[in-house]
Write a protein that binds this ligand. Structure first.
Ligand code: AMP
Length: 208
């Protein structure tokens, strides 16, 4: 799974790394945004929290992830992006994975200082229906709130996973390629083309 504050590059790295590992990238933010666009019940439940830069309540998020992990393409492994974001979600995840006969192999924390995060988020544009727009939650006041939410509710996961021996911290400042290289290095995947096992990233992580 990828851990890191908003603007650290989790979404970008998740796509690339999951592609390299041959597993789906599962992004709770993307699933929520698709539901908001589709005006589903889940989207309606999530929208006000997302617009305010708050976390969607754990019950809603955990149930959604549980369903997603039970889908066929996740059987051989997956990369989580943006989940878990609270200790309660991490505990629920552990029990869901246990039920599915899985366990987390590795947690990569993307480390970026806050000035850089604010700079990146306030200049980030996304494409919606062919138009370049700013995400509602990338507005400066919402960004500041999201960073505070991260510090208070999500940052403790770093210690949680470190104490389980799963955490690798990656310097996420640099080009996309540089960060990918560091991430794959921490997964023991650097320069090891063709060494992935058919079942996904089930090999033991390297010690570093
Ligand atoms: P992201 O694209 O990961 O920055 O997520 C965008 C927004 O979706 C967040 O600010 C939250 O409102 C919501 N969200 C995404 N993942 C979670 C999660 N694991 N728990 C609660 N809310 C989430």
């Amino acid at each position: 799974m990828l851990l890191g504050p908003p603007g650290a590059g989790k979404g970008t790295q998740a796509q690339i790394i999951a592609g390299q590992l041959g597993v789906p990238a599962i992004s709770t933010g993307d699933i929520f945004r698709a539901n908001v666009s589709g005006k589903t019940e889940l989207g309606l439940a999530a929208k006000s929290y997302m617009d305010a830069g708050d976390l969607v309540p754990d019950e809603v998020t955990v149930a959604m992830v549980k369903d997603r992990l039970a889908e066929a393409d996740a059987k051989a492994g997956f990369l989580l992006d943006g989940f878990p974001r609270t200790i309660a979600q991490a505990e629920q995840l552990r029990s869901s994975l246990h039920d599915l006969g899985h366990a987390l192999d590795r947690v990569l924390e993307l480390v970026v200082d806050e000035d850089e995060l604010v700079r990146r988020l306030s200049t980030r544009w996304v494409e919606v229906d062919g138009q370049r727009v700013q995400r509602e939650d990338d507005k400066p006041e919402t960004v500041r709130h999201r960073l505070q939410v991260y510090r208070e509710q999500t940052a403790p996961l770093s210690g949680f996973y470190d104490s389980e021996g799963l955490l690798a911290r990656i310097d996420a400042i640099g080009t996309v390629d540089e960060v990918t290289e560091r991430a794959l290095g921490a997964l023991g995947q650097d320069g090891a083309e063709g060494s992935e096992q058919p079942g996904g990233p089930t090999g033991q992580p390297s010690a570093g």
